[in-house]
Design a protein around this ligand. Structure first.
Ligand SMILES: C[S@@+](CC[C@H](N)C(=O)[O-])C[C@H]1O[C@@H](n2cnc3c(N)ncnc32)[C@H](O)[C@@H]1O
Length: 231
């Protein structure tokens, strides 16, 4: 698969700003258990080597919905709480008004920066003390299969904000990472779906379109790996 970036990457060292904002804004983060650290290390290796784990299938959907990710019909169900994949992409702190695009996650908002920090991030913008910035993870150019997980208001995947601590699995620690976990048992053939809307419900408003109403069984893969619709 073309999208084989295991975890988020950044051109600049954003860690000091991110750590400060997490503390200042009192952002609550999930801490990864040893079990989750092991699952994260495993999926990182799979993405590096083959891109998509063998229990998942990337398949085109009808109704111009593009592609989606399905649990292989011959594999075991995925239990609630299982770590699936980190949302990877290019990590940047940008002015809040910058368009995120269809593949961007915004784990931190309302970041205010010093003159030095604004210059460090982009030396072609004039300094404005009141300019608000956001942290984006943009998977439009680089990413992994998480970028193909579609939206539902009745999802089976949950995006959790996590901190990856120092660990014995060879994983680089990060102050914040978006990680997809199973929130509702996923049965063979079902589609993996996450809700794109956070508290601000802005993804579909910005798009100006209504999402197609899908649940994990609306489209399923049969044993011949063909899409079947619920209706
Ligand atoms: C992160 S991508 C998901 C993967 C996408 N289907 C693809 O093939 O690249 C997000 C885009 O997928 C489409 N999409 C995802 N869920 C949708 C839904 N429930 N209804 C309509 N479009 C959806 C929209 O075009 C959205 O901007």
């Amino acid at each position: 698969m073309k999208y084989n970036l295991p975890r988020q990457v950044s051109q600049l060292d954003l860690t000091p700003i991110i750590k400060r904002e997490i503390e200042k804004q009192n952002i609550s983060l999930n801490s990864l258990t040893k079990k989750h650290q092991g699952e994260l290390a495993t999926i990182v290796e799979v993405i590096k080597t083959i891109g998509l784990p063998d229990y998942l299938i990337l398949h085109k959907l009808p109704h111009n919905l593009g592609k989606g990710i399905f649990l292989h019909p011959d594999k075991e169900p995925l239990s609630r709480g299982r770590l699936i994949v980190p949302y990877s992409g290019e990590k940047e702190i940008v002015p809040a008004e910058y368009e995120g695009g269809h593949y961007a996650f915004t784990p931190l908002e309302k970041i205010y920066l010093s003159k030095e920090e604004q210059f460090f991030l982009n030396n072609s913008l004039t300094y404005k003390a009141r300019r608000s910035y956001t942290l984006k993870i943009d998977a439009s150019k680089k990413g992994n299969f998480a970028r193909f997980v579609n939206h539902s208001s009745t999802p089976n995947i949950e995006a959790r904000l996590c901190r990856v601590p120092k660990n014995s699995f060879g994983l680089k620690p990060t102050p914040i990472e978006v990680i997809y976990f199973v929130s509702k048992k996923i049965l063979p053939g079902q589609q993996l779906l996450v809700c794109y809307e956070g508290e601000e419900n802005c993804y579909w408003n910005e798009e100006g379109v209504k999402p197609f109403p899908m649940n994990p069984s609306t489209f399923q893969l049969n044993s011949h790996l063909k899409i079947i619709s619920e209706n």
